[in-house]
Design a protein around this ligand. Structure first.
Ligand code: SIN
Length: 281
């Protein structure tokens, strides 16, 4: 699609684009908002560098992508419960969202369609996020594998799985993140292994290493080899794009058709991102 109101610069062959020409601190016109939404659907993750967003403005931007909801396991910002500050202080060792590619909170019955991240403070170098295109991951499977996995349901869990201690993974030791509801770490939900995207109608692979434990009706031993194959496949470099955040960049990714991995390579430096997840409107 040719855009009239925004400029869209792809950052990689597989997915991801930077968007210029809009000031997200002010309401967008309908035409601008439609183009931004189209750029997000086309590219799966879009970044808006050079923004200056208050918490109120960030929530207003979130309204363009769906209905903001609350992350269950960390306290929101004071006065803005739907914004989760992700802070890794210089003395922290673990980052939030690292460890493996994932789609967010698939252990919730209705997981968020999109996640937004607004970069407040970034390390001098590092702290990038890698994204992977799950349409491509699905489309490049053999017809035999597609036929096997198309009807399957995956069981996603919030708790300890193949990544080990989830509290640690959420950076529980950090003063920057206040965990809550840890008694609900047993939360589980069924998700389609192949998700038909509600807006584009395309099929995307929808299992992830952090949360998907088994296929429904299969034993762990039966599920493990197929899941392992899919987890290895979905992170092939040709399906990915890596983004280096700068303060003032707002990014939003489509959890229905992409996965992401926060790289923990900035020990001794602080990184602060404001995170908002949205459900379908
Ligand atoms: C996340 O997984 O939601 C966080 C990603 C990041 O901080 O880069």
């Amino acid at each position: 699609m040719a855009f009239q109101h925004i400029e869209v610069k792809k950052i990689a062959g597989a997915l991801g684009a930077e968007v210029f020409g809009v000031d997200l601190s002010k309401p967008l016109s309908n035409a601008e908002a439609e183009e931004v939404h189209q750029a997000y659907l086309d590219n799966l993750v879009v970044f808006f560098p050079g923004q200056s967003l208050s918490p109120e403005a960030l929530i207003q931007v979130a309204d363009m992508f769906g209905v903001p909801n609350e992350y269950p396991f960390a306290k929101g910002m004071y006065g803005y419960p739907k914004i989760t500050p992700l802070v890794k202080n210089a003395e922290d060792k673990v980052n939030f969202g690292g460890g493996a590619f994932h789609s967010d909170t698939t252990y919730m019955e209705v997981p968020p369609v999109a996640t937004m991240l607004y970069a407040v403070e970034t390390p001098p170098v590092g702290g990038d996020t890698v994204f992977a295109n799950m349409y491509m991951a699905y489309e490049t499977l053999s017809e035999g594998m597609k036929a096997l996995i198309d009807p399957l349901v995956g069981i996603s869990s919030a708790g300890a799985g193949r990544v080990g201690d989830r509290k640690k993974l959420m950076n529980a030791d950090s003063k920057g993140i206040q965990l809550q509801n840890l008694d609900k770490l047993s939360m589980e939900a069924d998700q389609p292994v192949v998700r038909v995207h509600e807006e584009t109608g395309k099929k995307a692979l929808f299992v992830n290493f952090i949360h998907t434990l088994t296929f429904k009706g299969w034993t762990e031993a039966e599920s493990a080899p197929v899941l392992h194959l899919l987890f290895e496949h979905l992170k092939r470099p040709e399906f990915t794009a890596r983004y280096a955040w700068k303060p003032g960049t707002m990014g939003v990714w489509d959890n229905r058709a992409s996965q992401h991995y926060a790289i923990n390579d900035y020990q001794g430096h602080r990184r602060e991102m404001w995170r908002v997840t949205v459900e379908a409107a």
